[in-house]
Ligand binder design. Structure first.
Ligand code: PMV
Length: 343
């Protein structure tokens, strides 16, 4: 990475969350956030985190405001750690003012850490005068939260696990852009009383690595599943894709449930959504839809535009479902306005 001669100043970026079709779960190097397996995601359109970073020599300490509230504790420490990485690389000493806002509810479980760290990595590096490529941004965002490496990019994204110990080959890239498959939609089913995560994903996944007897089998299976999912995406083949997405989600849930102590992210309403999708597929005699979920209670249901109204009506009626949100593949991180620099 290069240090630019441009003076330090401020920059604002927006970045989207993403939903994994193949989950990242388990790291071989926690310090460098190097995963055991590659993962695949769809970048969520409409939903954005907007982050401004301003390096200011007049500040005595970093000021971090997340969704209008001053950040403290672990969330603040994670932001400061990212600022420190950027200061290190850019040779900048100044403290920074960081403001970050989501245009979606933060505690909704819609992967605000992915969009948040992607926006922060881009804004902080630009504000410090570093001119990074998207690949470098992806590697930097990865250090804040693994899934953030994918939120730099739009459309359908593959994060290659890489094999190097220094992590240089562990970054994401777009495999099909956001215009690739316009008919594919993600119906996000938001359930009531989704619990706030008790254990951070980064710790929970390592507990799976250590204790789930099914984890090694999952790792062995993944290269083949990734290959099949990428081929189904390329062919825009929902009949092939949907069963694979559910198979992967079930594998992820299985290794969570067989972790000691067990990790259970779903609530009764989330399980009802999974059951209803299975029932509708059985009734139709073909895969109309595919469910998936992250380390949270909300469920993402992939379907084709033509089935959306039917699905939304059925799933929206289930007890404990709060609302549904239609999301399409969207673009990656983007700079907002022009960087203002100070001399
Ligand atoms: O990026 P993290 O540390 O929040 O972990 C994300 C883990 C999952 O969301 C469950 C899977 C994924 O690939 O996004």
């Amino acid at each position: 990475m290069r240090t630019s001669v441009r003076p330090i100043g401020s920059a604002t970026f927006e970045a989207p969350p993403n939903i994994a079709l193949v989950k990242y779960w388990g790291v071989r190097d926690p310090e460098r956030v190097l995963p055991y397996n590659s993962s695949v995601s769809m970048t969520l359109g409409r939903l954005r985190t907007r982050t401004e970073v301003r390096f200011d020599p007049g500040l005595a300490d970093d000021r971090v405001v997340l969704n209008d509230a001053p950040a403290t504790g672990a969330p603040r420490a994670a932001v400061v750690a990212m600022l420190d990485r950027v200061r290190d690389r850019a040779g900048v000493d100044a403290r920074a003012a960081v403001t970050s806002d989501n245009n979606f509810p933060t505690a909704s479980g819609l992967a605000s850490s992915a969009s948040g760290f992607a926006a922060l990595a881009c804004a902080a590096s630009a504000a410090a005068g570093l001119r990074l490529s998207d690949r470098e941004r992806s590697r930097l965002a990865r250090l804040g939260s693994g899934s953030a490496s994918r939120s730099i990019f739009g459309g359908f994204v593959l994060w290659r696990a890489g094999t190097r110990t220094d992590g240089v080959d562990s970054y994401a890239r777009t495999i099909f852009d956001e215009r690739h498959w316009p008919a594919l939609v993600d119906l996000v089913v938001l359930v009531e009383d989704a619990p706030v995560k008790a254990v951070r994903s980064s710790e929970a996944m390592q507990s799976t690595v250590r204790t789930s007897p099914d984890y090694p089998g999952r790792l062995e299976e993944l290269p083949r599943r990734i290959d099949r999912i990428v081929r189904a995406l390329r062919a825009r083949d929902a009949r092939r894709l949907f069963p694979l997405v559910m198979e992967e989600c079930d594998s992820f849930r299985d290794v969570c449930e067989t972790t000691r102590p067990p990790l259970d992210y779903l609530t009764a309403p989330s399980r009802a959504v999974l059951g209803e999708v299975r029932r509708m597929n059985r009734e139709a005699g073909r895969p109309l839809a595919a469910y998936t979920h992250d380390a949270g209670a909300h469920v993402h249901v992939f379907t084709l535009e033509g089935n959306l109204a039917r699905l939304r009506a059925r799933l929206g009626r289930l007890p404990g479902v709060r609302s549904t949100l239609v999301v399409r593949p969207g673009p990656g991180a983007l700079q907002v306005g022009r960087p203002r620099s100070r001399r």
